[in-house]
Design a protein around this ligand. Structure first.
Ligand SMILES: [Zn+2]
Length: 300
C-alpha cells in the first residue's frame, strides 16, 4: 500500500499579505491546501510555530528584529521589492515550524515530506529580505539537518528564478550542493553557470520559451553532475512552480507531470534518501496547486 505523505502547513502562512494585487497572494496557499485536501494519500498536518531562535542558524538577530518590528507596526516595506504585513512575522515563525517538522519527519522516519508555506524563502539573504522572501526556509532546513548529522545535503531549486539567497548562504559550505535551474536573463540577475562556489554550485540558466523536455533534461543532467561520487544523505527541494507554462512571472513551459517525473527520478537515483520539498514561488494559483499535487503524489 502506498504511504501517506505528510504536508506541513499553518493558517498563519495564509494570513501573510503583501498587499492588494500582489502576485504572492494568500490565494496561492489557499488553492494548494484546497487541492491537497482532495488527495487521499496526503496527510495535511498543522505545524507548531517555531521560536525565533531557530532562525539564528541562518539570519542575524537584527534581521529578525526588523521583521518583527515591521509586523508589530502593522506592516510596511522591508526592502525595495518586499513588503511585510501585520501577520508576516507570525507567518515566518509558522513557516519555520512547518519546515522543521517536515525535516524532522524525514530525519526520524526516512520518509518524504512537503512544507506548504508562505512567504517563500530562496531569495532571502542573511541580512536582507528580497524577492517576496523574508527568511531563507531551505537554508534553515539545511542547517537543522546538519545539526542532526546529515553530511551531504543536495538542494534542488526548480523555481523559475535563481535562488540567489540560498546560493549566497551555502556557496562556501562543501557539505551542501545546490542545483538551480532558472530563467536567464531574469530576476534577480544572478545564477550564471560560472558561479560555482567551492565547486558545490550547479547553475543551469536557460532562456524562456523552450520545449519543456529541454528544461527537464538539463536540470536532470545538473543533478547527475552534482551527485556523481557524492551521494547525498538528504535532498531538499526549493519547490517553486512559476516555471509552469502560463505563469505570470516566468516564461518556462513545464507542466504538472514534469514535477512528478523529476520527483520520481530523484527517488530512483537516491533510493533510501528522504526528499523534503518546501514551497517557493508559483503565481497562477490553480496551476501551482496542480504542480504541488503532482509532486506530493510522486512521493507516495
Ligand atoms: Zn520564483
Amino acid at each position: 500500500m502506498a504511504e501517506r505523505i505528510p504536508v506541513f502547513t499553518h493558517p498563519d502562512c495564509v494570513r501573510h499579505d503583501p498587499g492588494a494585487g500582489h502576485p504572492e497572494t494568500p490565494a496561492r496557499l489557499q488553492a494548494v491546501l484546497a487541492r491537497l485536501a482532495r488527495e487521499p494519500l496526503v496527510d495535511l498536518r498543522q505545524a507548531t510555530p517555531a521560536g525565533p531562535e531557530q532562525l539564528l542558524t541562518t539570519h542575524p538577530e537584527h534581521h529578525l528584529q526588523l521583521l518583527q518590528a515591521i509586523s508589530q507596526q502593522g506592516g510596511g516595506a522591508v526592502s525595495l521589492d518586499t513588503t511585510a504585513s501585520a501577520a508576516s512575522w507570525a507567518a515566518v515563525l509558522a513557516a519555520t515550524g512547518a519546515v522543521r517538522e517536515a525535516l524532522g519527519h524525514a530525519m526520524e522516519t526516512g520518509g518524504h515530506a512537503f512544507a506548504a508555506v508562505r512567504p517563500p524563502g530562496h531569495h532571502a539573504l542573511s541580512n536582507r529580505a528580497m524577492g517576496f522572501c523574508l527568511v531563507n526556509n531551505v537554508i534553515v532546513a539545511a542547517r537543522a539537518a546538519q545539526a542532526g548529522g546529515r553530511e551531504r545535503i543536495l538542494i534542488v531549486d526548480w523555481d523559475v528564478h535563481h535562488g540567489n539567497g540560498t546560493q549566497a548562504l551555502m556557496e562556501h559550505d562543501a557539505g551542501i550542493r545546490f542545483v538551480s535551474m532558472h530563467q536567464h536573463p531574469w530576476y534577480p540577475g544572478t545564477g550564471m553557470a560560472h558561479e560555482r562556489g567551492v565547486g558545490n554550485v550547479f547553475n543551469v540558466p536557460r532562456g524562456a520559451g523552450a520545449p519543456r523536455q529541454l528544461y527537464v533534461e538539463d536540470l536532470w543532467a545538473a543533478v547527475h553532475a552534482a551527485t556523481e561520487g557524492w551521494p547525498p544523505d538528504l535532498v531538499l527541494i526549493s519547490a517553486g512552480y512559476d516555471a509552469m507554462l502560463g505563469d505570470p512571472l516566468g516564461g518556462f513551459t513545464l507542466e504538472a507531470e514534469d514535477y512528478a517525473g523529476l520527483t520520481l527520478r530523484l527517488r530512483e537515483r537516491f533510493p533510501s534518501v528522504p526528499l523534503v520539498a518546501l514551497l517557493e514561488g508559483g503565481y497562477n494559483p490553480s496551476r501551482l496547486s496542480e504542480g504541488v499535487a503532482a509532486t506530493v503524489g510522486a512521493m507516495t
